[in-house]
Design a protein around this ligand. Structure first.
Ligand code: AMP
Ligand code: ZN
Length: 483
């Protein structure tokens, strides 16, 4: 039986989960989006990574419970709603809806629960009260409540901050939801209302105010999954301080391990820099659809192209200088499109298989070997690029055969279907239009038929068929379908 192995940031070791039959319910928590804008495709790298983890666990037979929060109250959401003069809930609902639509376009399975932070303020308040009772949180003069990091000896264990760094920073405090590695400080659990918050506040036993961002994940994870979860995932930029703070809040309150395994995805880069809102070097999924005719499947494939723990560079070609500079080609997307064309063509050929020779035992043994290699690559710390490598090896080997019968084609298709439970890239978009190249081939075929250039028409029809597109001419009308 295959078990999943993950590299645990906490121990810096690759660790095996118990076998599915012994693991009980696997509890997974992933840090969700802040719903104040369209998320960019760097963020989508994180969500696609969570999805691969989610799918791999279920595919290997684990009983999974997955929770992901929606951050619908923090400095940024409040600022945005005030700037537009729209109530916070209305403002965040708009971006939640966009997020869920794009989630589906990228073939991401929904977590079992996606709680909003604002629906769990009571749980957050009671967590803060527990921390005050235990002496690891204190009220400041303005009524905000801070976590005292010197009161939690394990602070820094995830990100490997040493005592020296802690000492240099300790004593200060920070109210902002986001702060950087230079500031190892007490952080806000509860923020007393201030004018910038407008009408966003809760009247609670802690006073009038709102929860801090870090608190939300601790409270939601424990409320939905219990004191100890199995796996916590997030982007590498969240390791410090966000995840460090989550551990401190949860473990100081319960005295129990908060999460056994922590996994972090590396960044999507562009031009050697992290893609981020603040650097203004980002693209949203919708921009890629508009600018490059991208599909969710292509973006997903492009994001799967590197191991989650390695940086991935989005290749873009720009023209113009300064203000005029604009993207003219998304090379990573073109590469993804090309790879998917090959896979579509391969699948279409398998589906068309009719009478043919039985390729024999050696070919079957090779098919099983490649299938096993794909399965173990995925189980080995979600090595999707290695699995894709084996998939293309399979394409090459099957194409080398001097034909095959329907039975063998069915066996190959079953292997594809199995690995696609995790990859989710093989099924063509149901309503996908033709891309620019395909459109050109199709128009060429129509024109060649009109010119009665049958040889050219046949050659173009074959090229389209290789890409998984069938063409028909009936009653003077030319149409195409995905095979
Ligand atoms: P946020 O909405 O900013 O909290 O981000 C949502 C998720 O996206 C978090 O897990 C971040 O760590 C992750 N993330 C942000 N930027 C990138 C990037 N450029 N590449 C990969 N993941 C990212
Ligand atoms: Zn979080």
């Amino acid at each position: 039986m295959t078990v999943l192995q993950l590299r645990n940031t906490l121990t810096r070791e690759k660790e095996s989960l118990p076998a599915p039959a012994e693991a009980g319910q696997v509890k997974l928590y992933t840090c969700g989006p802040t719903v104040y804008n369209h998320v960019h495709i760097g963020n989508w790298r994180a969500f696609v990574f969570y999805d691969v983890l989610h799918r791999a666990l279920r595919w290997l037979g684990y009983d999974l419970r997955h929770v992901m929060n929606l951050t619908d109250v923090d400095d940024k959401t409040i600022r945005g709603s005030i700037a537009e003069g729209v109530p916070l809930r209305e403002f965040t609902q708009r971006y939640t809806d966009f997020f869920l639509e794009d989630l589906d376009a990228l073939r991401i399975r929904h977590p079992h629960d996606m709680p909003r932070a604002t629906d769990a303020v009571d749980a957050m308040v009671s967590l803060v009260e527990t921390l005050i009772d235990k002496g690891v949180a204190y009220k400041s003069d303005d009524g905000s409540v801070y976590f005292k990091i010197s009161g939690f000896p394990g602070y820094g264990k995830l990100s490997g901050l040493d005592a020296r760094e802690l000492k240099a920073g300790a004593g200060g405090r920070v109210a902002a939801d986001e702060y950087d590695k230079e500031n190892v400080t007490d952080f806000a659990l509860w923020k007393a209302w201030s004018e910038e918050d407008g009408d966003v506040f809760w009247e609670t036993s802690l006073g009038k105010g709102r929860p801090g961002w870090h608190l939300e994940c601790s409270a939601l994870a424990m409320e939905h999954l219990g004191n100890t979860i199995d796996i916590h995932a997030g982007g590498i930029d969240l390791m410090f301080p966000h995840h460090e703070n989550e551990i401190a809040q949860s473990e100081a309150a319960t005295g129990e391990t908060f999460s056994r395994i922590w996994v972090h995805n590396e960044h999507l880069m562009v031009g050697g820099k992290k893609m981020s809102k603040s650097l203004k070097n980002f693209f949203t999924f919708r921009q890629l659809v508009e600018l490059a005719g991208a599909t969710g499947r292509e973006v997903r494939y492009a994001l799967l192209n590197a191991h989650y723990s390695k940086k991935l560079n989005l290749q873009v070609t720009y023209e113009g200088e300064g203000e005029e500079r604009h993207p003219v080609r998304f090379d990573s997307l073109l590469a993804a499109r090309e790879a998917l064309h090959r896979l579509d063509g391969f699948r279409a050929a398998l589906e068309r298989a009719g009478e043919g020779p039985d390729p024999g035992d050696a070919a079957r043994a090779q098919l099983q070997e490649l299938h096993a290699a794909m399965r173990s690559a995925i189980a080995d710390d979600l090595n999707v690029p290695a699995a894709l490598g084996k998939l293309f090896e399979l394409v090459k080997e099957v194409n080398k055969l001097e034909g095959y019968d329907q039975a063998f084609a069915g066996e190959v298709l079953a292997v594809l279907q199995d690995v696609d439970e995790v990859l989710a890239v093989l099924e063509p978009e149901a309503d996908a239009g033709l891309d620019a190249d395909e459109q050109q081939l199709f128009e060429g075929w129509v024109a060649a038929r009109e010119a009665k250039d049958w040889a050219r028409a046949d050659a173009l029809r074959d090229q389209l068929q290789e890409r998984g597109i069938g063409v028909q001419a009936r009653k003077g009308e030319s149409t195409w379908t995905r095979l």
